[in-house]
Design a protein around this ligand. Structure first.
Ligand code: PGA
Length: 237
């Protein structure tokens, strides 16, 4: 996994956004895996600006959602699909049918199979956040490298961390996530980390062994993977 250190928060967000824009310009029918969480929010703001400025378009692209919280009402603003719509999709020209969300209201196994089918041979580009425990999506410590889209229990710290997305106290304890194997089918993978709160896990990813205990390390031997960090997240390297 290539380490990319890019200055402060603004320069970091600009770098990641320009990387996505370059991919979309070269391959308008790009299939993207996109995460939610707070890390990508400034990147999405720049992508919205670029679409408004006519520099790039999502009209031929497809977006596959990385993961979704279970047991949360469909219209809850803290749901992953709602967050991605709010910060990006509602403001760009992606066709509604080209957004592959995770509908967890019915048969979960069927939803997982449908998501694997949407990923197919793999996304062209996957953006990923990383949790302070090294999780990728909702692939918590202990995840197998060949795992596929499935229902998972959240680590207690992930449930606690989700409080910043929700305006109520009923926090999710489970979810459905693309597996590490699903993500590894991507042509290119960008693991994103910003801020001092991610500095310790960034050090474990960069300097520690490849281990299911730190799921982000299971992407380290992907042939086109990058860990893109700002100066605060790189502070312990
Ligand atoms: P964050 O979440 O971007 O809100 O820090 C990342 C994650 O836990 O996967």
């Amino acid at each position: 996994m290539r380490l990319v250190r890019v200055g402060g928060a603004d320069a970091w967000a600009q770098w990641v956004a320009e990387h996505v824009i370059a991919h979309l310009q070269q391959q308008p029918a790009l299939k993207l895996c996109l995460p939610t969480g707070l890390t990508p929010v400034p990147v999405y703001a720049r992508l919205v600006q670029a679409v408004r400025a006519g520099r790039v378009s999502f009209a031929q692209a497809a977006v596959v959602l990385l993961d979704e919280f279970g047991g949360v009402a469909p219209a809850d603003p803290g749901r992953c699909d709602q967050m991605l719509r709010r910060f990006l999709l509602d403001q760009v020209d992606l066709r509604p049918s080209a957004f592959h969300r995770l509908d967890l209201s019915g048969d979960i196994d069927a939803a997982c199979r449908a998501h694997e089918a949407a990923v197919g041979e793999g996304c062209d580009l996957a953006l990923l956040g990383v949790g302070t425990n090294g999780h990728i999506g909702m692939n918590e410590p202990g995840t197998a490298a060949d795992s596929l889209t499935r229902r998972v229990d959240l680590a207690p710290e992930t449930t606690a961390a989700s409080a910043r997305y929700f305006s109520h106290d009923e926090l999710p304890t489970w979810g459905v996530t693309m597996g590490i194997g699903t993500i590894r089918r991507s042509r290119e993978v960008l693991v994103l980390a910003t801020g001092a709160g991610k500095a310790a896990i960034v050090r474990r990813i960069v300097e520690g062994p490849i281990t299911p205990d730190v799921p982000a390390t299971l992407l380290a031997d992907h042939p086109a993977s990058m860990l893109v960090v700002d100066e605060d997240a790189a502070a312990q390297l």
